[in-house]
Design a protein around this ligand. Structure first.
Ligand code: CDP
Ligand code: CDP
Length: 211
């Protein structure tokens, strides 16, 4: 069984993907990490993010085993990811790796922006996880404050909301694999759901599709 989970930044898709993968004992790939990895390497090496050729070459040679999920969770990496993710050649360079992960025997859970539409259009279960921009900003803000990456002030929260809005616009507006709801996806709005409620709703949606 392939479970495809898409949605905008800080909607809770990663949390749900991990929990669903744990429930069914399936391997899980957070595909955002790939784009974060490319963006961060570009930054670390001082390449401008709009250099498509270099970004595509980095994507081509990316090794999942080298990606440090903890280090790539920063705001800076997320922002760089959404810039390089708009380059078609970068997306194409990361396609085979993601499709191979999805196709492994026994199945897999993948989360990102284009799993149900491009990476695994034949997935048995597709979820589109969303929440209001204000709620997503609040969630991301709490994480950032918890990690000491941002001050616990109203101004800082407003800045996180602006980051989220910019990323939504970039991810939804790009020509190549924009963030859209797959025709056969179940939309799960988690604005008013706690994590356990969201997990229960997600598992129910996956179960309904398996029958
Ligand atoms: O966790 P969050 O939603 O903030 O970010 P992420 O899932 O790690 O993704 C970071 C960026 O990578 C997104 O803003 C997208 O631009 C890009 N991305 C993508 O284009 N396609 C995917 N399948 C996954 C991520
Ligand atoms: O992967 P994505 O960026 O979509 O989101 P995430 O990393 O799963 O969740 C972002 C933050 O929101 C995490 O700190 C989650 O614990 C929290 N969260 C929440 O408060 N309520 C939910 N229903 C889902 C996630």
């Amino acid at each position: 069984m392939i479970v495809a989970i898409d949605g905008p930044a800080a909607s809770g898709k990663g949390t749900l993907a991990r929990r669903i993968a744990g429930h069914y004992r399936l391997p899980h790939l957070d595909t955002g990490l790939l784009y974060r990895g490319v963006g961060q390497i570009m930054r670390d090496r001082g390449f401008p993010l709009d250099n498509v050729e270099i970004a595509a070459a980095i994507a081509e040679n990316l090794d999942l085993a080298d990606l440090d999920a903890e280090k790539l969770r920063t705001r800076e990496a997320g922002e760089a990811a959404s810039v390089v993710a708009a380059h078609g050649p970068v997306r194409r360079a990361l396609l085979d790796l993601q499709r191979a992960f999805a196709a492994q025997a026994g199945g897999a859970v993948l989360d990102g922006r284009d799993i149900g539409t491009v990476i695994a259009p034949g997935a048995e279960a597709k979820l589109f996880v969303t929440a209001s921009p204000q709620e997503r900003a609040r969630r991301r803000f709490r994480e950032l404050v918890g990690r000491g990456e941002c001050a616990d002030t109203d101004e800082a929260l407003a800045a996180v909301l602006a980051d989220i809005a910019r990323r939504d616009e970039r991810d939804s507006g790009r020509a190549d694999a924009p963030l859209t709801v797959a025709a056969d996806a179940v939309t799960l709005d988690t604005t008013d759901l706690g994590i356990e409620q969201a997990v229960a709703a997600a598992l129910a949606a996956v179960e309904a599709r398996r029958r």
